[in-house]
Design a protein around this ligand. Sequence first.
Ligand code: 2AM
Ligand code: CA
Ligand code: CA
Ligand code: CA
Length: 269
Amino acid sequence: MDQHIKNEVFDYAKAWILEAGERIRSKIDSPRSIETKSNANDLVTEMDQETEQFFAKKIKDTYPQHYLFGEEGFGDEIEDLGGTVWIIDPIDGTMNFVHQKRNFAISIGVYFEGIGEVGLIYNVMEDVLYAVKRGEGAYKNDQRLPDLSEKRPLKESILALNTSWLIPENPHVEHNGMEELVKTLRSTRSYGSAALEFAFVAEGVLDGYLTMTLMPWDYAAGSILVREVGGIVTRADQEELDLLNSTTVLASRANIHKEISENYVQLKK
Ligand code: 2AM
Ligand code: CA
Ligand code: CA
Ligand code: CA
């Protein structure tokens, strides 16, 4: 991606994400209509939809030749990652947004010919912005994030892990390996926002994040951010991520990535 365009896209994305976040904060106590999507616990609100529409208008007005791939469907039908594609989750952690009024984020990843160039994750209620331009450093607000150079062993690591993947009947991963993993780790955490879990890995406050069913907008920004500080982001079986479909994801410090995948994660079928 041309450097001038990359800088410009970053500056617009940053301005828009802050504006969208301000709008959400100003309406956080307003009454809201909550609908369900694939099941009774899969929530969506008008705020998810309005926020994605806000980005759709900004992008179309500013860059009519760019594409938008967003969770709530106000963007384009994407069949490949040719050209410039904005992959956006307008509210990541909708359940937290509804139940806790905190612990949710707006996530924007901008891809050029399939390569993540610009990533932003905005922790809206904390007013903390994680931002990256590929090859130019990752930031938490104005503070540059250091490389994840420490080789912390697995037994001293904290892994973000949703308890669903420990239920024996879960269709994705063998229970025994996950149980051994939990016993080996120092501890686990679950924040309920994939984007924030990536941001915390990049920040070094989590050592890794393992999950079984992420969509592209959940990790489009987070994967750029974690890689920029030297972390590894792949599918749970160490294969390359598929940016168009649901996927497993393992994001972690470099020294524990292979160990988690090979010794503990046994995917079903
Ligand atoms: P969302 O809030 O944007 O829907 C919760 O553990 C995390 O998983 C959130 O990042 C949430 O994103 C995401 N999530 C929720 N339902 C999902 C689904 N059916 N498939 C993939 N990710 C989902
Ligand atoms: Ca959702
Ligand atoms: Ca999401
Ligand atoms: Ca969402």
